[in-house]
Design a protein around this ligand. Structure first.
Ligand SMILES: C[S@@+](CC[C@H](N)C(=O)[O-])C[C@H]1O[C@@H](n2cnc3c(N)ncnc32)[C@H](O)[C@@H]1O
Length: 225
């Protein structure tokens, strides 16, 4: 077990280093910052439809007026934080990569001044929260997680209304292309089938609470707690 743990910690370090260096490029996928190459534009058009779909779903579900406080786990460059803050929510963004958090802070300066958002530089498992949240958003996060069950058990203790999460699907051209690209840069990557998700959700008692929505390259999951 200890071996498994130290492996996970070193993997987490690899993810941190990868995203610290990749921050500006990743952020530019959303199209409002750095100039995109022709190849990137091609990928955006044909393969990154899932990113738009999951973004729309998060905004749709989070619009519920019962939801006031949101934890964004793996908040990255803060695209979701900014949109949710604009909807009047109170945000906590957590990310393991400092370069990502700097971008998030730049985007949401005015909300930081109003104490509507705070950022935490940490791995999710490593951080203990003093408060509970209405909702947690975990988008583009489980791609890098070796032990999702550990994350689910922690979320159960910190979130009381709902979870909005994405899981990348196994297979397909982009899946393989991406896996090779990430492996070359030492970043682990995990994919999921629908039955993987169903069996994990059964283990944490969410079999009747999780709605799994097929959105192209991802599964989008909403869990009502
Ligand atoms: C693909 S980005 C997604 C960012 C954002 N959620 C979005 O969809 O625009 C994944 C983010 O998860 C962060 N991350 C990965 N593993 C993490 C961990 N164990 N704890 C905290 N953050 C993590 C990475 O640093 C990165 O910023």
């Amino acid at each position: 077990m200890d071996n498994n743990k130290s492996y996970t910690v070193s993997e987490t370090k690899d993810v941190e280093m990868f995203f610290h260096g990749y921050a500006a490029d990743f952020d530019s996928i959303y199209g409002h910052t750095k100039k995109r190459s022709a190849w990137d534009k091609f990928l955006d058009k044909y393969f990154r439809r899932s990113m738009r779909l999951r973004y729309n779903l998060v905004l749709k579900y989070a619009a519920n007026t019962n939801i006031e406080t949101i934890l964004d786990v793996g908040c990255g460059g803060g695209v979701y934080c900014e949109a949710l803050l604009n909807m009047g929510k109170t945000l906590t963004g957590l990310d393991i990569a400092d370069g990502m958090l700097k971008l998030a802070e730049q985007k949401t300066k005015r909300f930081m001044a109003e104490s509507k958002v705070n950022y935490i530089h940490s791995g999710y498992i490593e951080h203990t929260f003093a408060e509970e949240f209405d909702t947690a958003v975990l988008v583009g996060f489980f791609d890098y997680i070796k032990s999702p069950l550990e994350i689910f058990e922690k979320l159960k203790t910190e979130v009381n209304k709902e979870l909005l999460m994405s899981f990348p699907k196994s297979g397909g051209f982009l899946g393989w292309q991406r896996k090779i690209r990430y492996r070359m840069r030492n970043c682990p990557l995990y994919y999921y089938s629908k039955s993987d998700l169903e069996s994990m959700f059964a283990k944490v008692g969410w079999q009747n609470k999780a709605e799994i929505i097929d959105i192209d390259r991802d599964f989008f999951v909403r869990v009502i707690l």
